[in-house]
Design a binder for this molecule. Structure first.
Ligand code: SAM
Length: 290
């Protein structure tokens, strides 16, 4: 099948039996196979960085990820991880405030975060490092979440980015975490629901409101937001596409069923948020029997 930007593809799950012949739950993943504009290599870096900056700011004011703090703290502790490797970080995601909330929840002094992205927004990563007094670091080089270098040690987290990956890639990301005995958490604000798709218009208008708050100041962001509003438009369009590509809990469970060995604890569901629920999936090695 081709992969044009507007092609609808049903990702059929081919594997319906495990190796012992037991029938697995069959889930048809009715994801729309669309590529987001900002993940195209040809999309200009200035626009992509502006888009991730605006998204991060809008999500911060919408307190989108606040409800996931207790679950993430529990999973990081259960995994015995000392730090976090954030994948597909964009402009740094929620870590400025989340790092403090997690430390509080975990009764820990400090938790170290390493930001990574296939297209790193270095100016934003530098800002996060400075604001956190060095508790947040970053990888200057491109890090593809589907090919994580072994040197990156820590609990793996993906915020609103797991939908970028096809079912095979997504299952491989989970398998790699299990093979390396790393904890992994996926949180998605994007959902395949009419309400969440409607709420992407808040992200569009929010994009206009947050620009004066974004640091470091860039005249290009003013231009591409207020004079020619390419950034808020792509932010909105990619938001809609993200929703249509997102994995609901049943499909995340199906992806987990492909991962071997099954000696991991998996916690999958949705938690109510201020505006829209957040879908979550957490996985960490099961405690060994005493
Ligand atoms: C919607 S943004 C999410 C940003 C951030 N996690 C947040 O919540 O604000 C998605 C990010 O995923 C990155 N990305 C896309 N494909 C990737 C891949 N294969 N590996 C690593 N990063 C990727 C993009 O560059 C972009 O910064």
């Amino acid at each position: 099948m081709g992969s044009s930007l507007i092609e609808t593809v049903v990702d059929e799950i081919v594997k319906t039996k495990d190796e012992k012949g037991n029938t697995l739950q069959k889930v048809n993943m009715n994801r729309i196979k669309l590529s987001e504009i900002h993940e195209q290599p040809w999309f200009p870096k200035t626009l992509r960085d502006g888009l991730t900056d605006e998204l991060q700011c809008v999500f911060k004011f919408g307190k989108v990820y606040e409800p996931i703090v207790p679950r993430l703290a529990k999973a990081i502790q259960a995994a015995g991880a000392r730090g976090v490797v954030d994948l597909c970080s964009g402009a740094g995601g929620p870590w400025t405030w989340l790092r403090r909330s997690l430390a509080q929840q975990m009764n820990s002094e400090q938790i170290e975060i390493c930001l990574t992205d296939k297209f790193p927004n270095i100016a934003a990563f530098e800002r996060e490092k400075e604001v956190s007094g060095g508790a947040i670091t970053y990888c200057r080089d491109s890090v593809d979440a589907s090919k994580i270098p072994p040197s990156l040690d820590g609990f793996r987290v993906l915020f609103t980015s797991f939908h970028h990956f096809s079912p095979d890639e997504a299952a491989a990301i989970l398998q790699d975490a299990v093979d390396n005995r790393r904890g992994i958490a996926v949180f998605e604000a994007a959902r395949r629901s009419p309400l969440t798709i409607l709420l992407t218009s808040i992200v569009f208008f929010g994009g206009f409101l947050v620009v004066p708050l974004i640091r470091p100041f860039r005249a290009s962001l003013l231009f591409w937001t207020y004079l020619i509003p390419v950034v808020p438009f792509v932010l909105w369009l990619d938001g809609v596409i993200s929703c249509l590509r997102s994995y609901p809990p049943a499909e995340l469970a199906e992806l987990v069923s492909r991962v071997k060995p099954q000696d991991y604890v998996w916690d999958i569901g949705e938690v109510r948020g201020l505006l829209t629920p957040v879908t979550y999936m957490l996985g960490y090695p099961a405690p060994s029997p005493k």
